[in-house]
Design a protein around this ligand. Structure first.
Ligand SMILES: Nc1ncnc2c1ncn2[C@@H]1O[C@H](COP(=O)(O)OP(=O)(O)O)[C@@H](O)[C@H]1O
Ligand SMILES: [Mg+2]
Length: 426
């Protein structure tokens, strides 16, 4: 890798766009790998955690990150979500020509527009559940009349501020009830419900090639036993280092897209979420980022994270290397008071840590109060992440550490890794 600077300043400078545990983990892991990191805070919560890794800059102080990127001679931008492409400064950011660890332009449509992903799957003969776009309740009910079955209700355009959050209906009657209740401001995307056998896979696309990294699972239900509602973010996750794609998810659901990746000069992460029905994997959605849960695991698994991210940002050929014995990662989330019912808010509550941690702990909605004590500032307190050469080792270590944190009314799922794994199991 060529080094740009010769002064004592670290050779490479990275700007994370995000907040909370994503920004905390990404910034700290890249800092541990030897770069200088800073975070541009893209939302109004979770500001304290990334400040533990490096300087943070708020939107109030800096309406655009572009002057900071220039001033700091930033070499790489790592966004948490796709919302940067909706920001008033997106054209200026693109004009700076700084590598971004995220596809741009046409490539973004695969996550942003659900019906575009469906069309791509149709074009490349990738299994995708039967899906329909409806502009209003009348259209939605007509579709249900014509195709009476269970549909998952989603936003047609993905954004952290969408009026519709995925509603997982499991029967026709569930769907009928929910269609009376959702917000049609942006319309709805109805996708046939395919059951619980879910898994995911994350690859990088760069230099016109696809490079598999990990197979992953996210535990999205609020409570153990996969009960309760699908929470806003997962309660836990697993990642298995999987460059050979042993479960075939990349082969079946990502590789057929190669002509399109090349057509649109796609370079960046691609994550597929899939559900298996009748022994066949179907695409549920594509994401163009490494994810809030999985990202912190796969970055630790890479022996050369900086090189790999920079090369992806520059659309160069990749050669990711793997840290020996980190085959599996397990993430367990400590949820705070009233989660996942985020309408219910408690006060800021003490977050007490009894003993030192022997694994990664990424704080999310946590801050320091006037006495320098940790307090909760929202509904998700931390992600506790451990690794192992076998899965059980990673799981045991994560649980041994999460038990060291106490906060009133907080909870975590005690069964991460006990269902939905290996891929294909319910
Ligand atoms: N068609 C489907 N069949 C079965 N489960 C689904 C389906 N669509 C979504 N889900 C479940 O809901 C979760 C969220 O849906 P997803 O499409 O990933 O939207 P988002 O992540 O944007 O909320 C999935 O991870 C999966 O657990
Ligand atoms: Mg998803």
């Amino acid at each position: 890798m060529t080094r740009k600077h010769t002064s004592s300043k670290p050779a490479i400078s990275v700007m994370v766009l995000g907040v909370g545990a994503f920004a905390h983990s990404t910034a700290q892991i890249l800092k541990d790998a030897g770069v200088s990191v800073a975070t541009y805070l893209t939302r109004n919560y979770g500001h304290y955690p990334p400040s533990l890794a490096g300087p943070v800059y708020s939107q109030e102080q800096f309406p655009s990150p572009c002057p900071l990127l220039k001033e700091k001679a930033v070499d790489l931008v790592v966004p948490m979500s796709i919302d940067w492409a909706q920001a008033p400064w997106k054209d200026e950011l693109l004009s700076l020509g700084i590598p971004i660890f995220c596809p741009t332009h046409e490539g973004m449509r695969i996550e942003r527009e659900r019906d575009f992903a469906r069309q791509l799957c149709q074009r490349f003969k990738i299994p995708f559940p039967q899906s329909h776009v409806a502009r209003n309740r009348l259209e939605a009910e007509e579709i249900l009349g014509k195709y009476p079955r269970a549909f998952v209700i989603k936003n047609p355009l993905c954004s952290p501020t969408s009026p519709v959050h995925t509603v997982l209906c499991e029967s026709l009657a569930d769907t009928r009830s929910w269609l009376k209740h959702v917000n049609y401001a942006e319309g709805v995307f109805l996708q046939e419900y395919l059951g619980p056998r879910e898994a995911g896979h994350i690859a990088l696309v760069s230099g016109g090639e696809i490079c598999s990294l990990v197979t992953n699972q996210e535990y999205k239900r609020a409570f153990a036993g996969n009960m309760g509602i699908v929470a806003g973010a997962p309660l836990g996750g697993l990642v298995e280092w999987d460059p050979a794609d042993k479960y075939g998810l990349a082969r079946e659901l990502i590789h057929p897209l190669l002509p399109w990746f090349r057509e649109v000069k796609y370079h960046g992460p691609i994550q597929v979420t899939a559900v298996q029905r009748n022994g066949k994997w179907h695409v549920i959605e594509y994401n163009i980022r490494i994810g809030v849960t999985s990202g912190a695991m796969l970055l630790r698994m890479l022996a050369n994270p900086i090189e790999t991210l920079l090369q992806t940002g520059r659309d160069e050929k990749l050669a990711p290397r793997f840290v020996k014995n980190l085959n599996f990662g397990c993430s367990v989330t400590l949820a705070g008071y009233a989660y996942p019912h985020v309408q219910v808010r408690g006060p800021q509550l003490p977050v007490e840590v009894g003993g030192s941690f022997s694994c990664d702990v990424w704080w999310n909605e946590v801050a320091r109060d006037g006495n320098d004590s940790l307090v909760s500032t929202g509904h998700r307190i931390a992600d506790v992440i451990a690794f192992g050469s076998v899965l059980d080792e990673a799981i045991a270590k994560a649980y041994a550490n999460i038990r060291k944190i106490r906060s009133l009314g907080s909870y975590y799922r005690e069964d991460i890794g006990r269902s939905l794994w290996p891929p294909g199991n319910p």
